[in-house]
Design a protein around this ligand. Structure first.
Ligand code: K7E
Ligand code: CUA
Length: 627
């Protein structure tokens, strides 16, 4: 399934020629009118005349955090249509995530948690740009990181990060390729956290983790002063940087975390960390085997602490690879750190840590996150001012050096209280400066009232011209902290059918083999003591077994294989009154295990509308009384 951009390019030209410039400006300007259109038929228009009409495809995949829903969502940009939801940490009724044996294997020993708090979805990189392979997402609530395979858009690994409480900032290494996913442990805790030290915060600390992108094991951790909020990587593979809003570690209460005029951005020297770990120069803590190095203090080989004002939050690398920008939150400023001075910083050639700071532009109240357009401009969210401020990075540096130059290009009102913002391809060296999404935490009066809980408001802003233009309001269920906007040309591997030897259900296939069952052909019931395994095929509109008999109290495993090869022809399997419901996509095998605890006749049925005779796609489980 290839999605080349040529169709879109030619479509764009012909539409523009047909409609003409005045028609476009009319539609784009009518913010209120477009807000009333249903999301699915919205046509966004930018200076290039891009519109997404019914039946047309978007130019970008947006991977959205699902926040407290514990999932990841796929949106098309610029239409802002929600295309799909990918369950990660949550229990999901449609797919059966958290219900099927295959998803429970991915959830592992944390399968009993039925929720997550996802913040930062980020894709794997090759050479500073997306490779379309994986998306990672953190679970702040339960200290986990999930990985989504972008060929099937299914979560394939979940790792609970050891030695920490809550993962917040998460970023893949950008170059030369994503070897590590950097994960910030946010809350400081005692080590070991086993009850012997409780209320002595001077003994608390947290760690920065290098999660191996392929194995999903933590390769190493670094103990830090203070806590860790957000993080980003550079474009050489040498450095990563994280913000800290807690001073050097002493603050645990609100007043304590706010008392410093400057907190810091901590720079991690990845080479130095790897060297120490390779040389065996590390410790282990809390009974985990992960190598840990100590990055506390001013002159370790692993870390440097750059003082920045005040309670900094977002940390964003510019797409030219030159700067880390730390966003001040309680300061009206952001701090621009020159990455090419970090070698000298670690070599001890600079007088103070502040010598890596090349600009500290004053932007407005509550700067949280910064995005880039690839043309030298940065876009920072101002949470308190409810604005996006567009500013020029090199002009901010000139102003810092004493030149009289106005670096602020424009301030645009957004609605309301933006957290993250994100530009198309803006976290890669291929930042293309077409669209900016502002993820607003409050929608207030922007939509029909939905009662006491209101949606967030994900606003689409055209940044292709000199001026930012707001073109769309997108309501979203709680609470997308962040998103990633990936050009569709990067997503060449998206499949519409499962491959029969896919590792996602390989264990189930192996179980069938042991039972002498060929899933693609057989319909069999295997009894093994009080365990019963029911193997059935699904081909629209029939299950391969229309009746099976078990005894009350049997542990029943139902394995369904969808043999249809037609794109989008999903089946579902529901065992009524047993809490069993899951999807089986084309060529997939999925299974569930439950106890047949109620005697009598129990219908099972297909729950995805697959055929004119879909209602008839069903069968009976007969549960006999025990002897
Ligand atoms: Cu909400 Cu990235 Cu967790 Cu900022 S974070 S807003
Ligand atoms: Cu199969 Cu409906």
């Amino acid at each position: 399934m290839s999605q080349d951009s040529e169709n879109n390019e030619s479509g764009k030209v012909s539409r523009r020629a047909f409609l003409g410039a005045t028609a476009f400006s009319g539609v784009a300007g009518a913010g209120l009118a477009t807000g009333l259109l249903p999301r699915a038929t919205f046509a966004a228009n930018n200076e290039n005349g891009v519109a997404v009409h019914p039946g047309e495809l978007d130019e970008y995949y947006g991977f959205w955090s699902g926040g407290q829903s514990g999932e990841v969502r796929i949106l098309g940009v610029p239409s802002m249509r929600e295309l799909m939801r990918i369950p990660v940490f949550n229990v999901d009724g449609a797919s059966g995530w958290g219900v099927t044996n295959e998803s429970k294997r991915v959830l592992g020993d944390t399968a009993h948690f039925q929720n997550g708090d996802t913040h930062h979805p980020h894709m794997s990189f090759q050479d500073g740009t997306y490779d379309g392979k994986y998306v990672w997402i953190n679970d702040k609530a339960n200290s986990r990181v999930g990985r989504i395979r972008c060929d099937v858009m299914v979560t394939d690994r979940i790792t609970r990060i050891p030695n920490i409480t809550s993962v917040h900032g998460l970023r893949p290494q950008k170059a030369p390729y994503t070897k590590y996913v950097f994960c910030n442990g946010e809350f400081v805790i005692p080590h070991p956290n086993d009850g012997r030290d409780l209320d002595d915060p001077s003994k608390y600390f947290t760690v920065f983790s290098g999660l191996n992108a392929e194995t999903m094991e933590v390769d190493w951790q670094v103990i830090v002063d203070g806590n860790l909020d957000n993080t980003d990587a550079d474009y050489t593979g040498k450095y990563a940087a994280s913000t800290c809003y807690q001073g050097r570690g002493e603050g645990v209460t609100l007043a304590e975390t706010m008392r410093n005029e400057r907190d810091h951005a901590v720079i991690f020297n990845i080479e130095a960390i790897e060297k120490a770990v390779e040389a065996g120069d590390y410790i282990t803590i809390d009974g985990s085997k992960v190598p840990v190095v100590d990055g506390r203090g001013d002159n370790t080989p692993f870390t440097r602490y750059i003082p920045v004002p005040k309670s900094p939050h977002g940390l964003n690398t510019s797409p030219d690879g030159k700067y880390f920008v730390a966003n001040g939150k309680l300061s009206p400023t952001v701090t621009v750190i020159a990455i090419d001075r970090l070698d000298d910083l670690f070599a001890g050639k600079l007088k103070t840590e502040r010598d890596v700071v090349v600009a500290e532009p004053e932007l407005g109240l509550g700067p949280l996150h910064t995005a880039y357009d690839g043309r030298g401009n940065a876009y920072t969210t101002l949470f308190i001012d409810s604005q996006i401020v567009k500013w020029n990075v090199e002009d901010a540096i000139r102003a810092y050096n004493g030149e009289e130059v106005n670096y602020v290009r424009q301030k645009l009102d957004v609605h309301y209280q933006p957290g993250h913002n994100h530009t198309t391809m803006g976290e890669t060296k291929e930042a293309d400066g077409k669209w900016l999404v502002a993820l607003c935490k409050f929608s207030k009066d922007r939509f029909l009232s939905t009662g006491v809980l209101k949606p967030e408001n994900d606003q689409l802003i055209d940044i292709s011209g000199d001026e930012m233009k707001l073109v769309h309001d997108g309501p979203a269920f709680a609470e997308p902290h962040d998103c990633t906007l990936v050009h569709r040309s990067k997503m060449r591997n998206v499949q519409s059918l499962w491959t029969r030897d896919d590792p996602f259900f390989a264990e189930t296939v192996a179980m069938a083999k042991e039972d002498g069952v060929t899933l693609e052909a057989d319909n069999k019931v295997i009894r093994d003591g009080n365990k019963v395994r029911v193997y059935m095929t699904a081909v629209a509109p029939v299950f391969g077994i229309d009746k099976f008999t078990v005894k009350q109290g049997d542990e029943v495993t139902v394995v369904v294989t969808n043999l249809d090869r037609i794109e989008d022809l999903a089946h579902g399997f529901v065992m009524t009154n047993h809490g069993v419901s899951f999807n089986i996509s084309p060529q997939q095998t999925a299974s569930v295990t439950f106890v047949a605890d109620q005697p009598g006749v129990h219908w099972y049925y297909c729950s995805f509308f697959c055929h004119a005779m879909h209602m008839e796609m069903r069968g009976r489980m007969l549960v006999e009384l025990p002897e």
